[in-house]
Design a protein around this ligand. Sequence first.
Ligand SMILES: [Zn+2]
Length: 384
Amino acid sequence: MKRSTRGCGCAVAVLVLLLGAGGFGFWKYGLPWLRSRPPKPSGELQVHVLDVGPIEGDSILIISPAGKSVLIDAGDAGKGKVVLDALKRYKVERLDYFIATHPHPDHIGAADEVLNGIKVANMIDNGVDLSTPAPAAPAKSAKGKAVAPPPPPKKSKTKGVNNFFDEYRDALKQNGAQYEKAAPGKKYDLGGGAILTVLAPSEPFFTKDQMKTGGNDINANSIVLRLDYGDFSMLFMGDAEAQTEERLLGKSDLDLKTKVIKIGHHGSKYATSENFVKRVQPEAAIISDGAWNRYGHPAQSALDRLKAANAKVWRTDLQGEVTITTKGRGDSGKLYEIKTAKETKEDVWAGREAMKDDSSRSGFIAYGDFGPPPKPKTEKPKKK
Ligand SMILES: [Zn+2]
């Protein structure tokens, strides 16, 4: 600051200035950041499977016993408010991890809304990049004449997905979250003894050509996670279906047995295969689905497979938000508890009727074909 200081030697002065600026920066930004810590440790692990219906979607909030928070997916566009409201309700002021299982609108459609609404420390996705190619091409008109920009894709199909993805990536940049590609085997210490492990996707990624029946490569490359806390364990399948399950089953050393499972792809008939259910042996299966979905989620066959394995079922389309709480020990009673936002008179074991096959690729991508809610089978007695 003083001239005399400068006189002593530039290097020292610069160092002092840098240290000063660093200290000020830490005081101004670092401390508030450190202080904006989420809920206090409660000794309880919470998993909230949010209700982002009635149009289909996934969004799951984990709050660890140490207060660390993880959001898995954010639901479809427009659902950001539901997610942000839930974060507020559970006093999450900052997300430690935001995991996008795969780039489909019903999972990352509202990712931008969430990223714009809350500070995120770490963003994890499967690395599949659906960004719209930069419109730099028309600028290459250096050959002479100005080239008109390429017309937008005929249908809003692909464009829709790319828009979601572009918005997600833009918001991610704005948020400043640390980006990371999911790596199978990687463990995240959520504190208090809770560990989140990435199980999938593993390389090589499934390609379109490998999706012969009932498959969608983007779903197949979903991030699959396992959460462990004491004696409690839970699997989060994203939209993974049978081929992903098979790949997991192929890893004989992989511990897939868990108490609870958020089943794959909203209860699609192509997921939750018999062998997989046998290996996981879930006591409780959570189905995140929307009452307005036209893909027949959950499928009767998937429900039947869970029933045959003696699992109990909870459904967001009928019961709203599903919350699982556990202290990680079952010695003083139940190991975990499951509560729902509302009661249902419907039969949770009754599947919905499909109005279109959920293996159709365009079915996922178009996603704009939601009309009035198709009545679930169980609501059908009066109307046929
Ligand atoms: Zn989905």
